[in-house]
Design a protein around this ligand. Structure first.
Ligand SMILES: [Zn+2]
Length: 568
């Protein structure tokens, strides 16, 4: 039986024992004392398992509180609970770091690595190299600056067609059928950025200097080196990523130009302007399963038709109402999958936008959820979910593996959805490279002026996005496009993770076109591994080529061009 009329289980009903700072502190004291007593091997393993159980409880507590907050942002009590859980988690993290340092230098480390694997030590080493107590004030400041950016952009308004609009509501015109409306709305949108550019420049400048200072305190030449440690990138470095960007430029760039040219021809315009970018094809939104038994059944049947294990998992999620897909006014925007390591179950949250991308968003998050579920019994919590670039492989690949099932939701429009999905993904790659290269330039010269940074953006834009135009929008002409990208402000150097994952997801797409069963088997095996190895090892074990290997992108680009009828 699938859910037809029941409401999603809200986080408060998901169980989980309450956790207090005092309880957690006492448990850490106990673990510290047990480690300090130089236990024999068997007891040492037991202490590690006790610590792992504590980390699961703290993570689950934080994830429940954050989910609850996003499910009902209007409830002030829930907001303060989430803040308390964040503080508890931050305190736990510094206790964790002390334990990690102790284990990294432990005389029995070899025995521990034999039992728990060496990858967790590499992850702990990265953590140990990314933080010192001397950075505490800088971390608080960095977070306050990012909050300032978020609040500034959430609060700004402008007048458009006689009505007051936020940046979010203006974005709703991006797919308007009237080109003049799209153009006027986008111009209004960027005039907001232009008006607030001094504040945005000041916030970003302070963030860059703050991060450069943290890197200097830890003895790094540049913040980029510290960022790689913070992201847990244990088996590749900036040189590899630079080669990947070059491959995007040479292997995807020409195809991106042909995609944009075809888009212009389809729209009947001389050139695709910034206000045309979101309009490929005006596809109707696919209904979301919330409260709709027929659509729920179609989704569950789609997963089941792909593979029995995927089908059983989807049924479990729908039956236990572990998806919140409703549109509610107090719900936060966005979509994510979260995991409760104590209950060993994932939970999917999607705030529907009413656009054609909602169904794909659900499939994406279900990919994350299936991976969490598949790896839920890993012995260490660190091994359940991999580092971010590997983690996005499961979600992005699921989007492509679901292709043959699209008729179930989209009927006669299925071909158009598939084509638009592939074109959108390919066009994303050069933008990801531009954002990454921009950050490398920014952190190489932390003392640069705001104007220097606009010039840096114009340089990367010319390099990776020659198919993009700025039209007559002054802030875009100046080089301000990057200011809309939250990752640049809040999650430095993270953005290329999507590109590395996408290179792998496109390989699953090509593999599934030749042998769907084999591709699915490799996908499921990869999900089961969770994060028990570093990125490149996970990729290799799934039979995929490393994104850093020559030809990894040119091969998928050729097949994509064939599929789209856009050969050179
Ligand atoms: Zn994702």
């Amino acid at each position: 039986m699938l859910s037809t009329d029941r409401a999603p289980i809200l986080a408060r009903d998901l169980g989980g024992a309450p956790l207090t700072t005092a309880d957690v502190g006492a448990e850490y004291d106990g673990i510290d004392a047990a480690l300090a007593a130089s236990p024999a091997e068997a007891e040492l393993f037991a202490v590690l398992r006790r610590w792992d159980a504590l980390k699961r409880r703290v993570t689950a507590h934080l994830n429940r509180a954050e989910l609850r907050f996003r499910q009902d942002t209007a409830d002030a009590g829930v907001g303060s609970e989430a803040a308390a859980a964040t503080a508890l988690s931050a305190a736990a993290q510094s206790r964790d770091l002390a334990i990690k340092r102790r284990l990294l230098a432990h005389p029995d480390r070899a025995a521990l690595e034999r039992v728990f694997g060496s990858h967790v030590f590499a992850l702990w080493q990265s953590d140990a190299l990314a933080f010192e107590p001397a950075l505490e004030d800088d971390v608080v400041r960095e977070s306050a600056l990012f909050n300032e950016y978020t609040q500034l952009l959430a609060g700004v308004t402008t007048t458009f067609e006689g009505e007051t609009h936020s940046l979010k509501s203006l974005a709703g015109f991006a797919e308007d059928s009237d080109r003049d409306v799209r153009r006027a709305a986008l111009t209004a949108r960027w005039s907001v950025y232009e008006e607030h550019a001094p504040a945005l420049d000041r916030i970003f400048d302070e963030l860059v200097r703050c991060r450069a200072q943290m890197a200097a305190k830890l003895g790094y030449a540049s913040f980029m080196d510290l960022a790689y440690k913070k992201l847990g990138r244990t088996d590749y470095g900036p040189g590899d990523v630079a080669r990947f960007r070059d491959a995007i430029r040479s292997d995807i760039g020409p195809l991106a130009q042909r995609i944009v040219d075809a888009q212009g021809a389809a729209l009947g315009v001389d050139a695709v302007m910034p206000w045309d970018e979101a309009v490929f094809d005006r596809l109707p939104p696919i209904a979301m399963p919330a409260g709709d038994g027929e659509v729920s059944r179609a989704f569950a049947a789609g997963f089941a038709s792909l593979d029995p294990e995927l089908g059983a998992f989807a049924r479990l999620m729908f039956e236990r109402d572990l998806l919140d897909l409703e549109a509610r006014s107090s719900k936060a925007v966005g979509a994510f999958c979260t995991f409760f390591p104590d209950a060993r179950m994932p939970y999917v949250f999607v705030c529907p936008t009413g656009t054609s991308s909602d169904a794909l968003t659900l499939v994406h998050e279900m990919g994350h959820a299936f991976q969490d579920y598949s790896a839920r019994d890993k012995e260490l919590v660190e091994y359940v979910v991999p580092t971010a670039e590997a983690g996005e492989i499961h979600s992005m690949s699921m989007e492509f593996l679901m292709w043959p099932e699209y008729e179930r939701f989209a009927g006669d429009d299925a071909d158009r959805y598939r084509s638009q999905h592939l074109r959108t993904m390919l066009l994303t790659l050069p933008y990801l490279a531009a954002i990454d290269h921009f950050q490398e330039l920014v952190y190489a010269q932390p003392d640069a002026s705001a104007d220097d940074r606009y010039a840096m953006w114009r340089w990367v834009e010319a390099r990776y996005l020659p198919h993009r135009r700025s039209g007559d929008i002054p802030h875009l002409v100046r080089g301000g496009l990057w200011q809309r990208q939250r990752h640049v402000f809040g999650f430095p150097f993270y953005y290329i993770d999507y590109g590395l994952a996408l290179c792998c997801a496109l390989q699953f797409w090509t593999a599934a076109r030749h042998d769907r069963a084999a591709a699915l088997a490799a996908y499921i095996a990869l999900c089961r591994r969770g994060g028990d190895g570093p990125f490149l090892q996970l990729v290799e074990s799934a039979g995929l080529r490393s994104p850093f290997a020559p030809g990894a992108l040119s091969d998928v680009a050729r097949q994509a061009a064939d599929f789209l009828g856009l050969q050179a």
